[in-house]
Every structure is written in C-alpha cells, then in structure tokens.
Design a protein around this ligand. Structure first.
Ligand SMILES: [Zn+2]
Length: 272
C-alpha cells in the first residue's frame, strides 16, 4: 500500500512541476536560436565589412585581401594634357608645299615657278617618309588643317628667289621666334641643317634668314607643341639643277633631316 499511497502524493506535484519546466525549455530554446541567429548575422556582417582601420592605411590595398578590389566608376576631373602626347600608331609628319593652291611663289624669267619645285619635293619627301613608316600629311600653303595641327614634326618647304647673283646659292632653315618647344625645334632645325646639307652638298646660307621665315604664318597656326621648321631648299637660279633635276636627292635630304629629329634621341653625330 505504500506504493498505492505514494502514487497520488507524487502525481499532483509532478504534473504541477512539469508545466513550467516545458515553458522554460521553450524559452531557453527560443533564446538559443535568437543568440545563434544573431551570431550568424554578426559573422556575416563582419566578413563582408573591410577591417576598420585608419584613413591612411585604407588607401593602401592589403595584398592579403581575399575579396576582389572594388570597381570604381570613372569620375575624372579635367586634367591638363600631358606635355608629351603619346601618339598611337606611327608618328605623324606634316609638310606644307610652299605656295601650293595659293600663288606661284618666286618666278624665273623663263617661267619656272617656285611652287612647282616645292610641290615636287614635298611629294617626294612624303613618299620617302611613308615608306619609312610615318603618317604624312601634304598640305597647301593655307590649308585649313593647319589650325591647331598636331604632329611629331612639321616642315614647310619653300625655295628661294631666282636672283642671278653669285652669292644667291645655298639653303637655310629656321623655326619660329619665341618657340614654345625650343629644345625640340632647335633639334629639328639642326637635323635639317646637317642632313640636308650632307645629302645635297649645298652650302648653308644662314645670312639670308628673314623675319618672314621666323614669323611664317603656319607657325602661328599649328599647335604650340608641334615642333615646326621652314626650309628654303636653294636658290632657283644658281641651284636650279639640284632643285629641278635632282629633286629626289633634295627630297632625301629633307626626309633625312626629319628622320634624324624623330629617330635620334641625342643630337646627330658629325659623321661623314
Ligand atoms: Zn616661298
């Protein structure tokens, strides 16, 4: 009976104790789940966020970063153009055939016109430079393209008067006064002096460089950074044979001068 007696005694309090226990278990389970989900959320947030560090350190990307670097949309502020414009493809050379499509230039008594010589030599020079891999523009005296013209080199090709005087022989080269790129233009002029003289055997005639040459209209029209020069190939009376019968040699001299400027990093060596 002891068992019979004990049974009802134990039954009621057992039932009464079980009810709050169940709720406690449910609450603790809920709490555990809450803590677990919070932990998962925190872990997710921490992994995605980059480590908080000082501003200076943030600018340096850490090499151990596992995530790929963020892509930035290009928001460029206008920057001044670089001093040396890298030209994709072959360098461009601009040539002006003096007086072409404008006037005759100097004229000899027999009707030989300066523009004929200039155009012939300019076209031959362009051909030689193209064969050497350059992009070449042959332009008229007042070509609209001259405005802001950009190239690795620019040369205007003219010839001198048809004066029948013993001293009227030889060639000359000049660049603009107050050059924006004096070092480059000095080199271009120096290359033309040496290479053209060497190719043609004509003597330099620097004494007759006029203000018109240094203030040549195209120098004020081409881009400031385009190195430009003007060459007077020779005098149409005394140097006529070279200018008309050996135009190929004349053109080779001009092309060699331009190539010397574009291809030689240092001033040309004084070789034979
Ligand atoms: Zn001329």
């Amino acid at each position: 009976m002891a068992t019979e007696n004990a049974k009802p005694k134990q039954k009621v309090p057992h039932k009464a104790r079980k009810w709050p226990l169940r709720w406690a278990a449910r609450i603790s389970l809920f709490g555990a789940m809450l803590v677990l989900s919070l932990a998962i959320y925190l872990a997710f947030v921490v992994v995605r966020r980059p480590p908080v560090s000082s501003g200076a350190a943030r600018r340096q990307p850490s090499p151990s970063a596992t995530s790929p670097p963020p892509t930035y949309t290009a928001t460029r502020t206008p920057t001044p153009p670089p001093t040396v414009t890298p030209t994709p493809g072959p360098p461009r050379v601009g040539l002006v055939a003096g007086h072409w499509k404008n006037d005759s230039g100097a004229i000899c008594d027999d009707g030989l016109q300066e523009v004929e010589i200039n155009l012939d030599v300019t076209r031959r020079t362009a051909k030689l430079l193209k064969e050497a891999g350059y992009d070449v523009d042959v332009m008229a005296e007042f070509a609209p393209e001259l405005n802001g013209y950009q190239a690795a080199a620019f040369v205007a090709i003219h010839s001198d008067s048809c004066l029948n005087l013993p001293e009227a022989t030889g060639f000359k080269v000049a660049h603009v006064t107050n050059s924006a790129v004096p070092q480059e233009e000095d080199k271009l002029v120096s290359c033309l002096w040496s290479e053209y003289g060497q190719a043609t055997g004509l003597a330099p005639h620097p004494g007759s460089i006029t203000r018109d040459m240094r203030q040549y209209h195209a120098f004020r029209r081409i881009a400031l950074k385009t190195p430009g020069a003007i060459i007077e190939l020779g005098f149409m009376y005394n140097d006529r044979e070279m200018l008309t019968k050996h135009a190929d040699v004349v053109a080779r001299g001009v092309a060699a001068g331009i190539r010397c400027f574009l291809e030689q990093p240092a001033p040309p060596p004084n070789s034979n």
